[in-house]
Design a protein around this ligand. Sequence first.
Ligand code: ZN
Length: 240
Amino acid sequence: MEFEGIVTSVTAYRESDGIVNLLTKNGFVTFTAHGILKINAKLTSLCQLYNVVKVDLSQNKKSAHYTLQSGETLKSYKNLYENIEAMLTLGFIIELAKKTIDEENISSIYEAILVCLDAILMQKDLRTIRLAFLSHIINNVGLTLNVNECVRCGSKKGIISLSYVDGGFVCHKCLLSTDIQHKPLYIKMARYVMIAPLKEVVEKALPEFECNALFRDFYHFLSEQLDIKLKNFELLVKIL
Ligand SMILES: [Zn+2]
């Protein structure tokens, strides 16, 4: 049986075997890859983390367990292994996807991952790619922020805050002492990344300061709403 997907984890098993998790457009597939930790160099390079691969798997009739027979690498990140920020960005995207994918959003999230992986390979702006993917996830888990009008009065004018508690923009008339006042560029970029197509956003290099601020704020919003924490976020913050 043929599957196409992204290698999301490789775990050592017995002496030289690996257990590989593959994210496909229909969900996760787990298979055993014999000899990849020692003997079989061709399959070793196939089963590298974040590779996009096409694999041929055989299925055990009794246990339904899959075993790798052969395969080809469609995309590899070998040239980026030394680039810590690129690797942490890949890690962040996959970790976030793993925690938020469900039956309903899987095809949209899978497509989004491929768009981001391509952008990373094309050496587009990593900061923008992370923010774009995070915004896409927020939209896909039903936490969409209202970036069209003031969430309190409906006004489209005088927007000066993004309230994560209320889930959207706040105008100057409705601003409370507990709201944080944001700069116009922050407001403009928040609207842009929430609304623009992912494919378009990842081509850009958004302003560094606002991009980092939005990335942190969006992450904390999502993290609190879904009660999740990402290891790769903590590592990224250290190098930002
Ligand atoms: Zn208002």
